[in-house]
Design a protein around this ligand. Structure first.
Ligand code: 3HC
Length: 307
């Protein structure tokens, strides 16, 4: 009698402890949501300074969440914030951080070599059962996973900005991802209070594959707008899509929010892959703004200026 556990393969890992590599907007947002839903989190970046900023960002965002959620109970709100912050540890040593963890989720710079090197190194020190996932928006999960020996325990978990507000997670399986791993990632997304959709490892998955060409088309419309009797200003285009299509932000507001550098990076990858495709054609205006360091909200100017 008694229970028998399989020792040769990993089954339906329940993710309780998460290691998030990358303390930027995305990584910090994911850490916040995981900690808010009762997971323990280690947030990793290269320096204590960066991590202190990440925690400040999490605190700021939690205050906004609490203001709504605990509107008439500010003390309970403050208690909630302290409880969530207690669930987040920080570390600048990725290898040490993954010694004991159920999921390693990466949200670092969109550079294939850097991601491969990171996962290759962590693969050697992370426990057998640990699932690896990338939050990449533009690189193939298959290529990132190739530097590891855990192809069956590797997938994509793609979140959206602002992570605490956006309900969607794209769960990406490669041809090697096991059903158990995929289910663990789906269940983890649900445990975060998000709605997962299943995606194949194709460029842009679902959301960016539709959203990025749409935003680029808006820029092209605006670029053509200087001709007589042609389309209007970026302000008009933003108003039109908000009031005519029910989008919470117009395409230029959204480009500034996502980051023009990010949008260009995604587009450049796609146009290199499929140069003849007019959907992926370069935009002079986008290239100019990025060259001038006008990345949007985060640099104080993109299509619009910010205080
Ligand atoms: N943390 C916590 N709460 C937040 C928040 C954050 N970061 N951002 C907004 N909120 C909440 C707050 O309660 C806020 O109220 P407050 O200002 O009093 O604190 C409330 O939302 C309303 O916010 P705003 O008044 O600033 O503006 P909106 O009503 O327009 O809501 C929005 C903001 C949720 C960001 C909404 O505009 C929206 O959904 N925009 C579209 C975002 C989108 O499309 N994201 C996907 C981008 S693509 C992507 O990320 C993929 C990547 O790979 C490129």
């Amino acid at each position: 009698g008694g229970l028998r556990f399989s020792t040769s393969c990993v089954r339906n890992v329940v993710i309780k402890h998460v290691t998030i590599i990358g303390g930027g907007q995305m990584g910090a947002g994911i850490a916040q949501v995981a900690a808010s839903t009762g997971h323990t989190v280690t947030l990793v970046d290269t320096s204590e300074d960066i991590l202190k900023k990440s925690i400040k960002g999490i605190e700021g965002s939690l205050k906004r969440v609490v203001k709504k959620k605990f509107a008439d109970k500010p003390e309970a709100g403050e208690e909630f914030i302290q409880k969530v912050l207690k669930n987040v540890a920080i570390s600048s040593d990725a290898k040490a951080a993954v010694q004991s963890t159920d999921l390693v989720l990466e949200a670092i710079v969109e550079n294939l070599k850097i991601k491969q090197d990171l996962f290759g190194a962590l693969d050697k020190v992370a426990p057998e059962h640990t699932v690896f996932a990338s939050n990449t928006s533009s690189l193939p999960i298959t290529d990132i996973a190739s530097s590891t020996a855990r192809l069956d325990r590797f997938g994509g978990l793609h979140f959206f900005n602002p992570v605490p507000m956006m309900k969607l997670v794209e769960v990406i399986g490669t041809s090697s991802t096991s059903q158990e791993t995929f289910d663990s990632l789906l269940n983890f997304s649900k445990a975060l209070g998000k709605t997962p959709v299943s995606c194949k490892d194709t460029p842009g998955f679902i959301v960016n594959r539709l959203l990025v060409p749409y935003m680029m088309e808006a820029i092209r419309l605006h670029e053509r707008g200087s001709a007589p009797l042609c389309h209007g200003s970026k302000e008009d285009i933003d108003i039109a899509m908000k009031l005519g299509a029910g989008y919470p932000m117009g395409p230029f507001e959204l480009l500034d929010y996502v980051g023009l550098d990010t949008a260009k990076f995604i587009m450049d990858g796609w146009s290199a892959m499929d140069p003849g495709n007019p959907l992926f054609a370069q935009s002079e205006l986008l290239n100019k703004l990025v060259a001038e360091g006008k990345y949007g909200k985060k640099t104080g100017e993109g299509f619009y200026k910010y205080k």
